[in-house]
Design a binder for this molecule. Structure first.
Ligand code: MG
Ligand code: ZN
Length: 367
């Protein structure tokens, strides 16, 4: 038992102790740098509170990655023209910090003028940049960080925009948009001439992971398989990309990681597919946190672009189970949680527009 007279002194000691380390994440017991050098922006497409809740229950209490974050906020996902956003306008809000029209890839109303993305700007300033996704390179979310097109369906033009920015690494699907095109151009040959290492499959052994060259690893000719059909590369690809990008530039890196198919499972109202995608994304976020915890200079932000499926968690067969239900096969306007970990994570608490994620990332970097 502690003598009563010592209690105030002890409480004061603990209060001072915790106040002395403002950049410490209590849950992780890690001391972070004052500002991040690296940013990992992770997007679960179609992922909002119901999907995260389902993922948390599927993993079991205390086992999901979501419970490792001490900073959580919410963003308002609406686009410039609709209460309900699509993934192009949703990703453009993150990449450019501006609301745009649904379907627009990093171009702004009223005249579709291109907006400079955070990936393009950091690349120009000498940061290393990468994208790791489970869709094709030309799909709306990755496209909105590197391409500028009026309509997301212009996939061949989006692929050509990959020639305008020297992205250091890409892992995902869609090689066919580069080398099996109606205009017969072979963009992969052009990229090779510029020093890119181009590989196919899901093996990491033959990649220049020492940082010697930029690379694209195509995991599929068009869209990669579903997590429920045993697609497994996203967690390891995220880890490999972090290690590689860290070697590519002393300034720091920006990595966008997308759990692209969470949204597709929701459009299909497919519970088993959704479960496989949420467990895969949980492992992917875990991989990013493991890197960030060791590194101490990395800010990890995890969010969705919008809710999809109007998902709900209904009673299951027993007290322990639940049965996800769906109100629609479309996106909805529900607020989307934002989880942050690392230096300046505290900037991401509160309720704000999706465009604020862009300005908060810059604020974290000291701009
Ligand atoms: Mg997407
Ligand atoms: Zn969708």
């Amino acid at each position: 038992m502690i003598p009563r007279i010592l209690l105030p002194a002890l409480l004061l000691f603990f209060a001072c102790h915790s106040a002395r380390k403002p950049s410490t994440d209590a849950a992780a017991a890690v001391v972070f740098a004052e500002r991040p050098k690296n940013i990992i922006l992770m997007i679960g497409d179609g992922m909002a509170t119901p999907q995260i809740s389902a993922g948390l229950y599927w993993k079991g209490a205390g086992k999901s990655v979501w419970e490792q974050f001490s900073v959580v906020g919410f963003h308002k996902s609406h686009s410039a023209d609709e209460k309900v956003t699509d993934s192009a306008a949703g990703a453009t809000a993150f990449s450019c910090g501006q609301k745009t029209s649904n379907g627009a890839i990093a171009v702004l109303p009223p005249d579709n003028r291109p907006c400079r993305t955070i990936l393009e700007e950091l690349d120009a300033r000498g940061w290393a940049t990468g994208m790791v996704v489970t869709c094709s390179a030309t799909h709306a979310t990755p496209a909105s960080f590197i391409a500028h097109q009026d309509i997301r369906a212009y996939t061949e033009s989006i692929a050509e925009d990959y020639l305008n920015t020297q992205l250091d690494c890409f892992i995902g699907g869609g090689s066919g948009y580069f080398d099996d095109r109606p205009d017969k151009k072979n963009l992969l040959d052009t990229l090779k001439k510029r020093g890119y290492v181009i590989r196919r499959g899901t093996g990491f052994a033959r990649l220049p992971l020492d940082g010697a060259a930029p690379f694209m690893l195509f995991t599929a000719e068009r869209e990669p398989p579903t997590a429920s059909a045993n697609r497994r590369y996203l967690p390891e690809a995220t880890n490999k990309a972090c290690q590689y990008l860290q070697k590519r530039s002393p300034k720091g890196f920006f990595l966008m990681v997308e759990g692209s198919q969470i949204d597709w499972a929701l459009h299909a109202n497919d519970r088993n597919w959704l479960k496989a995608e949420m467990i895969d994304f949980d492992a992917t976020v875990t991989a990013a946190l493991e890197f960030a915890r060791t590194d101490g200079n990395t800010l990890v932000i995890v969010t969705g672009d919008h809710e999809c499926g109007g998902a709900s968690l209904n009673p299951g067969e027993s007290k322990q189970t639940f049965r996800p239900g769906f109100a629609s096969r479309m996106h909805s306007a529900a607020m989307v949680p934002v989880f942050a970990f690392g230096p300046k994570a505290e900037l991401f608490s509160g309720i704000y527009d999706n465009t604020a994620i862009y300005s908060k990332m810059w604020a974290a970097l000291g701009n």
